[in-house]
Each structure stands twice: as structure tokens, then as C-alpha cells.
Write a protein that binds this ligand. Structure first.
Ligand code: FAD
Ligand code: NAG
Ligand code: NAG
Ligand code: NAG
Ligand code: NAG
Ligand code: NAG
Length: 404
């Protein structure tokens, strides 16, 4: 029996999972010839992909990917009842400026902000300005953890995907031919009685044929395998809140995404984002690039003080629905950031090594751009070029070389 061509997807975040899905949906995908293996070192959507807010905006960057991704999200939501399966819905987005130093309680103008009437869960007390960034038609949201799990499950229904829990520790390239040669991974066993991971002590080696492909979807962890790649991780905390109005599992507040700029004192600004979701309220904070990226097998450490701070300031903007609600989750994860001046990422495409692809560095729009990324990778793999939109400037080879 001749060995099937194998596509190895490393990383089971939203990008790895949408990539698997769109590979299996590509017209040239032939399951008698090709199999897909996903390697994930911890758990599906355990990192940023499961802990993001899930905002989708037609104006997300980079613009070329945006529209495509927005449309794909919409069509998946229609095809698979996204409203039920991953809380897909449209909502307006506004920016809101607040100033905690004025304490406008006694100030005549204070209640004169004319916030949208149905945004009744925000107290205008500290609000000094607001603008509508976009209407309902150009922003939407998903629950990113539910979406990632769902799309992987749909991909697995093709019966040509194997999910292996293991941490890839190196990718070997033949010095002479510059072809992919092999990679090694440490298998990971999940204990059933507790949530901890047990890794095997000896790595498995996988030899690659000339047809096999690797697609690196490890988000901020790419440089652990390709040290020249200019991607780094920025840590960000987030919390989810059960609102005071929570009933029957539903959040029950008017859907809005709020980008806030809060003046704490004469020098400090704080810029949390607050998203009303179907079943909770999500609040995330600013990034911190001083914390080192942990091993991908480990969960990211949570600093409770950062979560308390998010809750404190969100409560000042929404003293009843948030202030009298309760925190359900405190979490932290790493944003994959591309450190080049001329491009905000992501990098999508084949590297200078034949058959070694990457799709990483999505910064703060990885949920938004996940569908487009998966679709474009499927085109690059099966058609040899991206046909749905022009992504020449996202070509990894413009920014780093794997060889040398
Ligand atoms: C606080 C916060 C809020 C956000 N909000 C939004 C939003 O509203 N909208 C939006 O569009 N985007 C948002 N984002 C951005 C989005 O979360 C990311 O861009 C996206 O999740 C990146 O997905 P990924 O699959 O590339 O990476 P990840 O989710 O990091 O997944 C990478 C996976 O690879 C695995 N892995 C790593 N190394 C290895 C290895 N060696 N072997 C095997 N597996 C490995 C990891 O375990 C992980 O599961 C937000 C991000 C943050 C931090
Ligand atoms: C995502 O980003 C793209 C641009 O990258 C934008 O056109 C699109 O509207 C955004 N929203 C979604 C859901 O893709
Ligand atoms: C309010 O916000 C808008 C949009 O950001 C800005 O153009 C305007 O100058 C702001 N007004 C004040 C009074 O700050
Ligand atoms: C979980 O179980 C494994 C053995 O199956 C053990 O080695 C590990 O210490 C346990 N972890 C916790 C957190 O209890
Ligand atoms: C991979 O190839 C090397 C060198 O040809 C060989 O020694 C090794 O046994 C192979 N490993 C596997 C798992 O086939
Ligand atoms: C963190 O980000 C800031 C601003 O973007 C930058 O000046 C600084 O060098 C970064 N620090 C690290 C450790 O990357």
C-alpha cells in the first residue's frame, strides 16, 4: 500500500482548526490520497483562540482579509446554525471615553451624553465622549471557543483527520536539499481523573516524504520552532461576567461591543474592551509584552490583580449590570504579534522551505480572520496560489528565511 500524502497541522487553535476544515472542503481535496494530522500540545482552543472576545468587524485589519473573512463567517453561521452553535450574532460597536477624575456627579452637563437609548447598561456618569464605530451590519461576534470546537468537529466528520496530542519540538530540514526531512514530537497523555497532562519521556520521530506538508499554526509559539520568525507573544488578561440581569442562561443585556478609553488620573489611561455576549459579558485588558511565553503544554498563569482591575473599571462604567453581577472566569493568554514595521500580520503562506507553510501572527484579529486564513491556506496547498484574495504582502518569505 502506498503511503498517503500527509498534511501536518501543528497547533489546534482557531487557525489550525479552520485550516483543517477548509482543506477538507477544497474541491481538489481527495481523501483517498491525502490525510491530515493535527498536533496539539495542550488542548483544542486552550490558548488565545478559546479566550478571545470574538469580535468580528468588516474593518478589521489587514483589510484584504477582512471582508472575505466576514463573509465566510456569515456563510458558516447560516450553514451550521452559528447563532445556536457558537453564539454568532451581529451587534453595533462604539468607542467610549470616560474620565474618572471629573466625578461629574454634581456637574450639570454630566448626564447629557445621549448614549444610544438601548445602551442602558452603561451609566453615563463618567462618560465624556462616545462615537459609533460601526453599525450592526459590519460587526458581529462569535464565542471563539465554541466556534473553534465546532469547526474542528465538522472537519473531523470528513474522516480523514487524526488529532494527536503532542508537542512538536523540532522541524528538521535536509541541509543539502533544503527539503523538509522530519520532525519530532513529545506525545502527551491526558489523565482522566485530573486535568493534568503527562508527557512521554521519549519523542516520536516522523520522517517526511517529498509530498508531505507542514502547516505551522502555533500562534505566538512559532519562533520556538522557527527561531528567525519575527513573531512574539503579548500577554493579555480577560474575565467573563455573569450580569445582574442573567436569566435562563442568557446574559440579557443589549448587545454592544465597547472600546473604552478611561482616564484614571492626569497621566494614566486604561483601555479595556467590553463585549456583551449571548451568555456572558467579556472584558479584556491591555497587553503586557514583558511576560515570557510559557511552554505550550502549560496553561498561562493568571494574575488575579489584573482581573480585579478589569472588573473594577468595568463596574464603574456599568455599576448595576456588571457591578452587581459576578466574575465567572479569570483568564490570560498570549496574542501572537508580528514585529515588523511594514506589516501587522498575519503571515500566511509557504516559507522558503518547500512544503513548510505557516499561518500565524494574527494579532488581535485572529478570530475575525480565521476563516479567510483557512480558506487561503487550502488554496495555497491545492492550487499553488491564493485565489480568494491577494495576500502577497503577507508572504512569510518577505519577512524572514528559515534556512541560513
Ligand atoms: C484578550 C484577547 C482578546 C482577543 N479578542 C479578539 C477578538 O475579539 N476578535 C478577534 O478577531 N481576535 C481576538 N483576539 C486575537 C485572537 O485570539 C488570536 O489572534 C487567535 O486566537 C490566534 O489563533 P491561533 O490559532 O493562531 O493561536 P493560538 O490560539 O495561540 O493557538 C496556537 C495553538 O498551538 C499550540 N501549540 C503551540 N506550540 C505547539 C507545539 N510546539 N506543538 C503542538 N502544538 C503547539 C498551542 O497549544 C495552541 O493551542 C484576542 C486575543 C486576546 C489575547
Ligand atoms: C475581519 O477582517 C477583515 C479584514 O481583515 C474585514 O474585512 C472583515 O470585515 C473582518 N471581519 C470579519 C468577520 O472577517
Ligand atoms: C469625541 O470623539 C470624536 C471621535 O473620536 C472626536 O472626533 C471628537 O473630537 C471627540 N470630542 C471631544 C469633545 O473630545
Ligand atoms: C494528576 O495525575 C497524575 C497521575 O495520573 C499525577 O502524576 C499528577 O500529579 C496529578 N496532578 C494533579 C494536579 O493532581
Ligand atoms: C527516519 O529516518 C531515519 C534515517 O533514515 C531512520 O533512522 C529512522 O528509523 C526513521 N524513523 C522512523 C520513525 O521511520
Ligand atoms: C513592548 O512593547 C513596547 C511598545 O510596543 C516596546 O517599546 C517594547 O520594546 C516592548 N518590550 C519588549 C520586551 O518586547
Amino acid at each position: 500500500m502506498s503511503k498517503k500524502e500527509t498534511i501536518y497541522i501543528i497547533g489546534g487553535g482557531i487557525i489550525g482548526c479552520t485550516t483543517a476544515y477548509y482543506l477538507t472542503k477544497h474541491p481538489k481535496f481527495d481523501k483517498t490520497k491525502t490525510q491530515i494530522i493535527i498536533l496539539e500540545s495542550n488542548d483544542i482552543a486552550c490558548a488565545a483562540s478559546g479566550k478571545a472576545g470574538g469580535l468580528l468587524a468588516s474593518w478589521a485589519f489587514p483589510t484584504k482579509l477582512g471582508e472575505l473573512s466576514f463573509r465566510l463567517h456569515q456563510s458558516l453561521a447560516i450553514e451550521y446554525q452559528g447563532d445556536i452553535n457558537w453564539d454568532y450574532r451581529h451587534l453595533p460597536t462604539i468607542t467610549l471615553d470616560a474620565d474618572l477624575t471629573t466625578g461629574k456627579d454634581n456637574n450639570e452637563v454630566s448626564y447629557d451624553m445621549n448614549l444610544p437609548p438601548n445602551l442602558n447598561w452603561i451609566d453615563p456618569k463618567y462618560v465624556t465622549n462616545w462615537t459609533k464605530l460601526s453599525e450592526k451590519d459590519s460587526t458581529a461576534q462569535v464565542h471563539p471557543y465554541k466556534f473553534t470546537k465546532f469547526i474542528l468537529q465538522k472537519a473531523m466528520e470528513s474522516h480523514c483527520i487524526t488529532l494527536i496530542y503532542g508537542k512538536v519540538i523540532n522541524i528538521n530540514i535536509n541541509d543539502e536539499t533544503e527539503h523538509l526531512q522530519s520532525f519530532e514530537y513529545i506525545p502527551i497523555m491526558k489523565t482522566t481523573h485530573n486535568k493534568s497532562l503527562v508527557s512521554s519521556s521519549t519523542p516520536n520521530e516522523v520522517n517526511l516524504t517529498l509530498e508531505d506538508k507542514i502547516i505551522l499554526c502555533t500562534g505566538p509559539w512559532v519562533p520556538k520552532l522557527l527561531p528567525q520568525c519575527p513573531i512574539s507573544g503579548m500577554k493579555a488578561h480577560s474575565i467573563t461576567i455573569e450580569s445582574k440581569d442573567h436569566m435562563g442562561g442568557n446574559c440579557n443585556i443589549e448587545p454592544y461591543a465597547l472600546f473604552n478609553e478611561i482616564k484614571l488620573n492626569d497621566v494614566d489611561l486604561y483601555t479595556p474592551e467590553i463585549y456583551a455576549r449571548k451568555h456572558d459579558i467579556y472584558v479584556c485588558g491591555e497587553g503586557d509584552n514583558m511576560t515570557e511565553l510559557p511552554d505550550p503544554m502549560k496553561d498561562v498563569e493568571v494574575n488575579p490583580g489584573e482581573c480585579d482591575k478589569l472588573y473594577k473599571y468595568a463596574s464603574m462604567l456599568s455599576p448595576i449590570q456588571i457591578g452587581q453581577g459576578q466574575i465567572i472566569r479569570r483568564q490570560a493568554c498570549f496574542l501572537p504579534v508580528l514585529n515588523v514595521a511594514t506589516c501587522s500580520g498575519p503571515l500566511i503562506g509557504e516559507t522558503d522551505i518547500n512544503n513548510l507553510f505557516m499561518a500565524s501572527g494574527h494579532s488581535c484579529w485572529g478570530i475575525n480572520n480565521s476563516c479567510a486564513t483557512g480558506k487561503l491556506i487550502s488554496e495555497l496547498v491545492f492550487d499553488g496560489e491564493a485565489t480568494s484574495c491577494n495576500i502577497d504582502n503577507l508572504n512569510p518569505q518577505l519577512y524572514f528565511q528559515v534556512s541560513c
